[in-house]
Design a protein around this ligand. Structure first.
Ligand code: 6PG
Ligand code: NI
Length: 195
């Protein structure tokens, strides 16, 4: 972490930052219970604990006023008919938004509020997506070959609440249907607090 402003480069073709403080690798085993087709999940995992996505972070003090930023790279692949995706999370500090700038690839951002409102936005190079405060977010790579690469920025004090999503999942899923990505209801999802 620097105490003077220091630039860094996003180096194509994968835009890995020329300088980073933290490198996170998420594998299939980190996604227990998240994929709809649990049989496909367990048979893939038995073969290999594949790398699904990576995050390169430029660390800053987790304080309001600071902006945490970095690169998220979701690799291509599927579990059953469901595409490789990030765990997804609300920010612990619910009233904190996030900006994504898409550098490469093709995907979707699946989003929802605690009240169950949902949105799914397509991601393609050059597009900017502002994830409003209170909206959980998960990125999904629907390209069979290419990585989905995004630059992200969010407030230093936001934090990550993975537990809520691990428990209830997202209302919408992105699966392959007839060779194309299709957005469908998650049969395992129910309105938080509903009986
Ligand atoms: C964040 C960002 C982003 C996110 C990655 C990986 O709040 O830090 O949304 O960096 O962490 O895209 O996704 P998961 O955090 O859901 O694994
Ligand atoms: Ni976030």
């Amino acid at each position: 972490m620097t105490d003077v402003p220091v630039p860094f480069e996003l180096v194509p073709p994968n835009f890995v930052p020329s300088r980073f403080d933290n490198h996170i690798q998420r594998r299939l085993s980190n996604m227990q219970g998240q994929y709809l087709d649990q049989q496909a999940y367990h048979s893939l995992l038995a073969e290999e604990d594949r790398l699904l996505y990576q995050v390169y972070e430029l660390k800053r003090p987790e304080l309001a006023g600071e902006l945490l930023h970095g690169i998220s790279i979701v690799h291509p692949g599927k579990v059953g008919r469901e595409y490789y995706m990030t765990k997804g999370h609300f920010h612990t500090e619910l009233d904190t938004g996030e900006v994504y700038y898409i550098l490469k690839g093709h995907g979707f951002m699946v989003m929802e509020t605690p009240e169950g409102s949902w949105a799914v936005e397509e991601l393609c190079p050059g597009r900017v997506l502002y994830v409003l405060p209170r909206w959980a977010h998960r990125s999904v790579n629907v390209d069979p070959q290419e990585d989905l690469v995004m630059f992200f920025v969010y407030p230093g004090h936001a934090g990550h609440d993975y537990g809520t999503i691990e428990e209830q999942g997202f209302r919408k899923l992105v699966l392959e249907q007839g060779g194309q990505p299709a957005i469908m209801d998650n049969p395992r999802w129910s309105l938080p607090g509903a009986p």
